[in-house]
Write a protein that binds this ligand. Structure first.
Ligand code: GDG
Length: 508
């Protein structure tokens, strides 16, 4: 049995440089979560390689496949298609709607037509690479119609699962979608549909009751069944996890400890508070900054004693709405720093860039408080990574009650409503004053929960729900990872250095 993972983006991003194309690791929660699942397991990952131009598949993706330990197959999209599919249907309709922000939606029917066309192209790519006994695991809201298109073309020949990484909205929000019935019925064509939380699945079931009355939901517990026409499918809850051991191991390294000491010394205040977010309006960055501003205004005892490190990872930054958000964030930071800075203390330390994983782990470990307050989030891996890296159990976590992670982490974290600025200010003061013993006790609970439900647990839970097998039942695929690419390209790739600096062709 072989796993075919299908997502909008491949785990790499092609970049055009003077001497040709190179590949770099892609960013974002889905890639962080799924890369360890497929790494060195063989199997196939199908997705868009992050670039609209014309590139030589074998030259780049052969070495990148070898590096990743599984085959990468690109789905090509033109600039025009990207605009209507990615920047249109997914970013201007599904993303805001599913995060309950329907006033930001642009319900264009051109976007919908392109969405169907691109989903069909992904279905074609699956059909092209599919072998009997493969399991097709489709990821996220960009590809909700792929299961339907496969079923139409294969008459049930394909075994398919779908996982939604973002929230599923309640019926009063979902019904605003002009293509609501097609989307729901499309999802019912998968054999298993997975959600992050019980709340998301409950919303989905409520939408079915309103809009697809012939679908009959049966059972209770983490996995339930739906009778739909002459078939049964399953709906499950699988809160996504992280590679806990990997994060924890990096956090314990001596070189990380050195980096942590340097960071702490450079900041020189008694406590560091850390926020890490992709640039996105759902992450609640301006709201959080306002909460911090109020904390400083209300509690002068925090002055010169606490520094917020706000990292923002550039994302969708060609979109005017995201550029405006960046400007708003930077204006607010300037306002706070202008009002409160004293010699030797700047309240908000702002990083607008991505950093290497090791550097991110050092920041997690250096932080005394994690401040993670999205307005709505499917899960939020940053909250879990902060806990995994707190190997001393000396940190406190402030977490939005609207992050999927809050359901698992509620007993150890200080939960806040991100729209309640006074409440956020109060939680910051409480975390700042929290005695070491209480921090230890809370962090112990948090780490236990994050470790037990790590990324392997997540993938296994999904596979068990799909057909009572775990990931270990997928045998390692020993074939040459470049064999699907044309021969001449393999020669071209041999001897070239891959992005990790290793020599391509040195073996999987
Ligand atoms: C979607 C859903 C769901 C951040 N800065 C750097 C960096 N990151 C990595 C983090 C984390 C990931 O980005 C962000 O994941 P999140 O879960 O917080 O958010 P989304 O990108 O919105 O992810 C979300 C997730 O899918 C998985 O299902 O939890 O709800 O929206 O892993 O570590 N990574 C590196 N450098 C950085 O500077 N290397």
């Amino acid at each position: 049995m072989r796993l075919i993972v299908v997502s909008n983006r491949l785990p790499i991003r092609l970049v055009r440089e003077d001497r040709g194309w190179t590949s770099q690791p892609a960013s974002g929660g889905l890639v962080t979560a799924l890369s360890p699942v497929l790494r060195n397991r063989g199997g196939i990952w199908i997705g868009w390689p992050g670039v609209a131009g014309d590139f030589d598949e074998g030259e780049i993706l052969g070495p990148a496949s070898r590096e990743a330990g599984h085959r990468l197959h690109p789905v090509r999209l033109s600039e025009v298609e990207l605009k209507s599919f990615y920047h249109g249907f997914t970013n201007q309709i599904i993303w805001p709607l599913f995060h309950d922000l329907f006033t930001r939606c642009n319900f264009s029917s051109d976007f919908w037509r392109t969405y169907l066309k691109i989903n069909a192209r992904f279905a074609d790519a699956i059909i092209q690479h599919h072998q009997p006994d493969d399991y097709v695991w489709v990821q996220d809201y960009h590809l909700m119609q792929v299961g339907h298109l496969l079923r139409r073309r294969g008459h049930g020949r394909y075994r398919t699962g779908f996982f939604l990484h973002i929230p599923f909205p309640p019926p009063d929000v979902f019904v605003k979608l002009p293509w609501r019935s097609q989307i729901l019925r499309g999802l019912l064509d998968y054999d298993l549909v997975g959600f992050q939380t019980i709340r998301d699945r409950r919303n989905f079931v409520h939408c079915l009751r309103h809009l697809v009355r012939e679908a009959k939901v049966q059972g209770r517990g983490p996995v339930i069944s739906v009778r739909y026409g002459d078939r049964m499918l399953r709906l499950g809850c699988f809160p996504i996890g992280i590679g806990f051991d990997e994060f924890s191991e990096v956090a314990k390294r001596p070189e990380t400890a050195e980096r942590v000491a340097a960071l702490r010394e450079a900041h020189g205040t008694s406590q560091l508070m850390l926020s890490v977010d992709r640039l996105d309006y759902t992450k609640g960055i301006p709201e959080r900054l306002e909460g911090f501003r109020r904390a400083l205004a209300r509690y002068p005892s925090l002055h010169e004693k606490i520094t917020l490190i706000q990292q923002v990872v550039p994302s969708r930054d060609s979109v005017p709405e995201y550029q405006r958000l960046q400007t708003d964030i930077e204006t607010l930071i300037a306002k706070i720093n202008g009002q409160f800075t004293r010699p030797g203390w700047i309240p908000v330390h702002y990083l607008y860039r991505s950093m290497p994983r090791e550097e991110l782990v050092a920041h997690y470990r250096a932080a005394d408080i994690g401040l993670i307050t999205p307005l709505k989030d499917g899960m939020n891996l940053v909250a879990k990574e902060f806990c995994a890296c707190d190997v001393d159990r000396s940190g406190a976590l402030i977490l939005s009650e609207f992050a999927g992670a809050a359901i698992q982490l509620r007993t150890g974290a200080l939960l806040v409503n991100p729209y309640d600025y006074e409440g956020v200010a109060e939680a910051i003061r409480r975390a700042f004053l929290m005695p070491p013993e209480e921090r230890r006790m809370r962090m112990h609970k948090l780490r236990t929960s994050v470790r037990k439900t790590d990324i392997a647990w997540w993938a296994d839970s999904f596979m068990e729900a799909a057909f009572a097998r775990t990931l270990h039942d997928f045998p390692h695929d020993e074939r040459d990872l470049t064999e699907d690419f044309p021969r001449q390209h393999q020669h071209a790739a041999a001897g070239r250095r891959d992005p990790s600096g290793r020599r391509a062709g040195a073996g999987a």
